[in-house]
Design a protein around this ligand. Sequence first.
Ligand SMILES: [Zn+2]
Length: 154
Amino acid sequence: MVKKCICGTCIVIEDSKALLLWHKKLNVWLPPGGHTKDNETPQETAVRETLEETGFHVRIINAESVELITDSNTKEMPKPIAIMYEGVRYEIGAHEHFDMVYLAELDGNESSSVADHEKTELRWFREEEISSLDTFNNVKEVLQRAFTLAKAGN
Ligand SMILES: [Zn+2]
């Protein structure tokens, strides 16, 4: 059995641009994200990883424009825009990601500094640039979906 990990990823869209990182080992642009830690929800993971990797504080947006259900002990969580099952071979030991991909926006304007070991190239891309981006086709498709949902939400 291949090890399976729950992951959280943020597609941050602000001013009609998506925030992506250059992945040095894979040589592709990817949205920020990573593995959940103990006692962390995938949403919390996605927000924490985005802060660590980009320095930006972000807030997850529900992919559907509905009121989330809440009562005393239970609350509905924002829906991911995609749940991707990804085979991973570049990290130590092959494993699989069960990756919750969320739509997010900047939470305030302040950004923190990024730790040296996390430093990588960071860029905001317009929707028109996605089709010619150096990345996987599935990432382009999810980015396209994120742009469409972000526009519908405004
Ligand atoms: Zn992994």
